[in-house]
Design a protein around this ligand. Structure first.
Ligand code: ZN
Length: 159
């Protein structure tokens, strides 16, 4: 990918962020912060049946962090929690060592490869992904919600 195309993609996602905002009833919301340059990303996720049915982000900071968040939401939306975790892992590896993209949407992430020359900016690109990884860990370790079983329901209905 040429530098020009990379710049164009990053600028497009920065100026027209995809999945921007907050979900009304998120399964969980989580916030990430990059103290080096003050970037902030807040993710809200709607997870149903182990699938990320919906994801939205808000944030502020440099174009790399916000564009990366926008691209990330497109990549992981609709994926299972496991697949999203794997995508985070792949992206993290590709920012430090070149690894092939797994999907067409992930190919777009190559636009962020240019920042590898600047280690501080790699942290900007990784921020949303690190935040997603934390969110998925929170989801996995959430307190199980007590659900009334069918037996309970029948009991309550009985005379
Ligand atoms: Zn930054």
């Amino acid at each position: 990918m040429t530098d020009d195309l990379s710049r164009e993609i990053i600028l497009d996602h920065y100026q027209n962020p995809r999945n921007h905002g907050r979900l009304e009833h998120p399964t969980l919301a989580n916030r990430g912060h990059n103290p080096l340059c003050g970037d902030e990303v807040e993710l809200s996720l709607g997870i149903d049946d182990e699938h990320i049915q919906d994801i939205a982000f808000t944030g502020r900071g440099c174009s790399i962090s916000q564009a990366s968040a926008s691209m990330m939401t497109e990549v992981v939306k609709g994926q299972t929690v496991d697949d999203a975790d794997a995508a985070v892992q792949r992206f993290t590896e590709r920012m430090t060592d070149r690894k092939p993209a797994a999907t067409e949407l992930e190919e777009e992430l190559d636009a962020l490869q240019g920042v590898k020359k600047y280690p501080a900016r790699v942290k900007c690109a990784l921020l949303p992904w690190t935040t997603l990884r934390e969110s998925l860990a929170l989801f996995r370790h959430r307190e199980p919600v007590a659900v009334a079983g069918e037996d309970d329901f029948n009991c309550a209905d009985a005379p």
